[in-house]
Design a protein around this ligand. Structure first.
Ligand code: F6R
Length: 615
């Protein structure tokens, strides 16, 4: 949520901030704003409710030139998305500007205290309160901006990242974070900060991810990091291995479409090098080495925790882990997990899945699990993310940056990474013979080519999408591994096309949902080859008998399915447990083309934001 960018260096900062915000806009698009210290030493702030284009418009014809500045795109939490509530916010005297991502939980108490001291607030945000607090501390105690931020951090509660600049110190930015992401970029003669790497990649690949309660002081000459007591501290330093083209549309109309088409390559990357020199399946990071591997061999229960699309990937993994590693698996919505007192022991493994690695609920679930002595495996796409650092074992999905709000390539690569985890556990527990693990990996290596074959059907799927674009309500049904794909197909459609859609276990239809079927209502059914195909076909007949128009996802060569379907989308033949990686692709394309037919803003659907860093 909320995109943050900051720069201090030799370049004219305004175009650079606006460019950075366009890369980060996917994090929130309720409003956008910039603060620049101009060459005359004045603090210039321009901010507008709405998309970045409104800010661009407001900046036209306003020459603001300076070399140090901050930019922000907002996903509103406190206060409606209007101009006054847009960031940056200033302190009482308008000398310093602050942007933030996250929530200050005790802002009401701090606001009351400041109001009692005579402060007047111009917005409804928690952000302005913290700007005033830092300004007041600075006036009271003197010293530099970093000292004031340090003192303020000791008073603020919540999960947030902040960046501040001060017109009295025109070539310095100060930043801090607690349980919300903030990355620093080291460039030649310049220093940068951003809420995620996508905002920095045009300038540098040399990155430091700040850790909780660190204070960073950025100047053109470099970045110094201290802890809350002022002692030198170290952030998590790493080099990003993707370049700016990965964060650009490269000729596609939308990031979502580009990312759908990137899936063959992304899946290939996720699988790359998964067998080490000793012929054993490898994870990316195993903290605690052999001891942790020993613990994993004795796991007796797995919880998978995640949100949204990532949770659907977890639901697929329940089938593979139970089948290959013979371990009981429960899949939980991360936001529910820690509030229901789950039974966790040192023999429990919690698998936390998050594309961003910054989803507040998933991190909280993982932290809760670790506090109860459970082992944590993170499946994430973002190197150095909070979740990756929290975990005992990390498996990176290596999908490259996912910019579209609707998750696609992250989903397929999460399933692949989870399949690798299932085989890794099977190897540790000896529930599969080594050659069986090898056979499964070999089948997985075929997946990129098989996904390519599905993508070739895009024109036909786009045509179908035009047929279905007028539907008010679409039902998705599936059994076994088809069920999570039905849920995911429905989620994609509702979030980007705003069409009411629900996924159901096909066998549950007659226990209630079938009442929703009426003449001509579309039903999408997952009926690929496997032990439940016949059962799904029976369920298809039940809905067709009640007037549904049925679109079936089936296995190539299954011509008999046409007798039961109005339309068929085929995927190539595959191992039953690997079908989800193929069957989700036509559903992603279907949702995409329905959304574009309806003229929706596919990459930035209303009310949503990528990376949900608040609970
Ligand atoms: C849907 C979607 C969301 C995310 C969810 C979790 O297309 O993208 O449902 O899957 O917000 O995000 P991560 O995986 O970053 O934890």
């Amino acid at each position: 949520m909320c995109g943050i960018i900051g720069y201090t260096g030799p370049e004219d900062v305004l175009p650079l901030l606006v460019q950075g915000l366009s890369t980060l806009e996917y994090r929130g698009y309720d409003s956008a704003g910039v603060a620049v210290i101009d060459h005359a030493g004045e603090l210039q702030i321009v901010k507008r409710a709405g998309r970045l284009d409104r800010l661009r418009g407001a900046l036209e014809g306003r020459p603001i030139h300076g070399t140090t500045g901050l930019g922000h795109t907002r996903w509103a939490t406190h206060g409606e998305p209007n101009d006054p509530n847009a960031h940056p916010h200033t302190d009482a005297v308008g000398h310093l500007a602050l942007i933030h991502n996250g929530i200050f939980e005790n802002f009401a108490e701090l606001k009351a205290e400041l109001e009692a001291a005579g402060h007047v607030f111009r917005s409804e945000t928690d952000t302005e309160v913290i700007a005033h607090l830092i300004g007041a501390i600075r006036d009271e105690q003197g010293g530099d901006l970093a000292s004031a931020v340090r003192s303020a951090m000791k008073r603020i509660e919540g999960a947030f990242a902040i960046a501040v600049l001060d017109r009295h110190d025109p070539h310095t930015l100060v930043a801090s974070r607690r349980e919300a992401p903030l990355v620093l970029g080291h460039a030649e003669g310049a220093s940068l900060l951003a809420s995620d790497v996508a905002g920095l990649i045009a300038h540098t690949r040399d990155i430091s991810a700040m850790l909780d309660d660190q204070i960073a002081v950025l100047t053109p000459g470099g970045i110094t990091i201290t802890d809350l007591e002022g002692y030198p501290a170290e952030a998590h330093h790493y080099t990003v291995d993707w370049d700016i083209s990965a964060a650009e549309k490269q000729g596609y109309d939308h990031f979502m479409l580009k990312e759908i088409h990137e899936q063959p390559r992304a899946v290939h990357e996720t699988l790359l090098g998964r067998v080490n020199g000793e012929g054993r399946i490898a994870v990316d990071e195993l903290r605690g080495g052999a001891a942790v591997e020993g613990d994993l061999a004795h796991v007796d229960k797995i919880y998978i925790v995640a949100c949204g699309t990532s949770m659907h990937a977890g639901m697929v993994a329940k089938y593979t882990i139970e089948h290959w590693a013979r371990l009981p698996v429960e899949v939980e919505i991360a936001s529910e997990f820690r509030y229901r007192d789950p039974i966790l022991t040192p023999h429990t493994l919690v698998v936390a899945i998050s594309q961003s690695g910054e989803t507040a609920d998933t991190i909280a679930a993982a932290t809760h699990a670790r506090n109860q002595q459970a082992k944590v495996v993170a499946i994430t796409n973002v190197v150095g993310s909070t979740l990756a650092r929290e975990a005992d074992v990390v498996l990176y999905t290596r999908a490259g940056p996912e910019i579209a709000v609707a998750s696609t390539k992250a989903f397929t690569t999460q399933i692949v990474a989870l399949d690798v985890l299932a085989l890794y556990l099977a190897q540790l527990r000896r529930s599969l013979f080594p050659d069986e693990c090898g056979d499964h990996l070999a089948r997985m290596e075929m997946l990129p080519a098989l996904i390519e074959q599905v993508l070739e059907q895009e024109p036909a799927i786009a045509e179908l999408a035009r047929t279905f674009a007028g539907a008010e309500y679409v039902m998705f049904i599936g059994r076994h591994v088809g069920l999570p794909i039905a849920l995911e197909g429905a989620l994609k459609l509702k979030e980007i096309a705003y069409v009411h859609a629900e996924g159901f276990a096909a066998g549950e239809m007659k226990h209630g949902p079938i009442a929703l079927i009426d003449q001509g209502g579309p039903v999408v059914a997952l009926a690929t080859r496997g032990h439940v195909r016949g059962k799904v076909v029976s369920n298809i007949q039940e809905v067709k008998a009640r007037g549904a128009v049925v679109l079936v996802v089936a296995t190539e060569g299954d011509t008999e399915i046409k007798e039961h379907a109005d339309h068929v989308m085929y995927v190539p033949d595959a191992h039953e447990l690997l079908y989800p990686i193929l069957t989700v692709v036509p559903l992603q394309l279907l949702a995409y083309h329905i959304a574009t037919t309806l003229g929706r803003d596919v990459d930035m659907p209303r009310n949503l934001a990528k990376t949900v860093t608040v609970e």
